[in-house]
Write a protein that binds this ligand. Structure first.
Ligand SMILES: NC(=O)c1ccc[n+]([C@@H]2O[C@H](COP(=O)([O-])OP(=O)(O)OC[C@H]3O[C@@H](n4cnc5c(N)ncnc54)[C@H](OP(=O)(O)O)[C@@H]3O)[C@@H](O)[C@H]2O)c1
Length: 307
């Protein structure tokens, strides 16, 4: 399902525009909203949802609202505490999908002290916490039992951790959300998820684009202006962005492109009305250079989850 995504405040969807962006996206036809505690805009996103429901554009059950558990809330009791708080911010009773944002446990930060807590303590240092995924996943399962989340899943996890969770899961992860674009094609991971019927959602479908404004694009050439993407786009009379999204969806991977612009929102939604040929898919996949733009190891060497 196509979606609008709700990026962290410093990555563009500011509090002042978020409610309108969500409302306009729903009006344009978006039904999946990808949020997270870390994005700092759940209250505003919820306002957009409420307005759309009040105006009769949709009912709650027409929407698929995803949110994510931040790293500082991995301990059993904190999972439920923060999920209830996040639901309150959205103004809804349940999440359709709740994901463990990263397989990284950081020291608890009381939301009354700082929310969202982000990566660093008050002194600018990173404090890890020894909460194993086994404990966190058990608490995530309780969210399902208590009807606070309809589905639960993982994000930013590799094969070995997924296999570990599957060993003890009462409820298996329904979704894995990972960075995935032609510079990071993740074939083996997608195959593993398919084997275990875990749906894969790609984030950062446009590769370096969303990292440029943060100055962390690692110097990678734009995929939206790449010769290969442009020539495929020309073949179909589509935009480069639509081609990048179709490349993913045609591989059975869901996409959650983010845009603040209504025209680009609408265009991105229209990404399944054409088919790429096998050779076009292969040409795009051949751009793979295993370039990972969102790697917590860049913050602190102890967080090298993709090592
Ligand atoms: N699980 C995780 O750890 C994680 C990490 C990162 C992201 N995510 C989720 O995935 C979402 C998407 O990833 P992302 O934001 O990194 O990247 P993205 O969707 O690949 O790229 C967004 C960037 O592309 C631009 N853009 C959007 N549509 C365009 C188009 N048609 N033509 C040209 N430029 C276009 C946007 O600018 P405009 O807004 O100006 O259009 C923005 O700069 C996030 O919002 C978030 O919900 C999850």
């Amino acid at each position: 399902m196509a979606s609008i995504v709700l990026k962290r405040t410093q990555q563009k969807v500011t509090k002042s525009t978020c409610a309108d962006t969500v409302y306009n996206a729903i009006k344009a036809g978006y039904r999946l909203l990808d949020g997270a505690g870390d994005y700092g805009n759940e209250k505003e996103a919820g306002e957009g949802v409420r307005r759309a429901i009040a105006d009769g554009l949709v009912k709650r059950e027409d929407l698929f609202i995803t949110s994510k558990l931040w790293n500082t809330f991995h301990a059993h009791d904190h999972v439920k505490q923060i999920t209830k708080m996040q639901l309150g911010l959205w103004g809804i009773d349940y999440f359709d999908l709740f994901l463990v944002h990263f397989p990284i446990a950081l020291k608890y930060v009381d939301p009354s002290h700082r929310y969202p807590p982000e990566w660093f303590g008050d002194d600018g240092k990173v404090y890890t916490q020894n909460t194993p995924m086994h404990e966190t996943w058990g608490a995530m399962e309780e969210l399902v039992d208590e009807k606070l989340a309809k589905n639960i899943g993982l994000s930013n996890c590799q094969g070995s951790l997924i296999l570990d969770v599957l060993r003890y899961a009462k409820y298996e992860p329904q979704v894995l959300q990972v960075e995935l674009h032609p510079y990071l094609t993740q074939e083996a991971l997608v195959k593993l998820c398919k084997t275990f019927s875990i749906a894969v959602t790609a984030y950062s479908s446009f590769g370096p684009q969303s990292y440029v404004e943060l100055g962390v694009d690692k110097g990678a050439p734009s995929l939206l202006k790449h010769d290969v993407t442009s020539s495929v786009a020309k073949n179909h009379g589509k935009t480069e962005a639509q081609v990048l999204l179709r490349w993913a969806t045609q591989r059975g991977v869901a996409v959650i492109p983010k845009s603040n612009d209504l025209g680009r929102l609408s265009a991105n939604l229209d990404c399944n009305s054409f088919d790429l040929s096998e050779s076009e898919l292969a040409a795009l996949s051949a751009l793979n250079i295993n370039l990972r733009l969102n790697d917590p190891a860049d913050i602190d060497g102890r967080l090298a989850i993709f090592a």
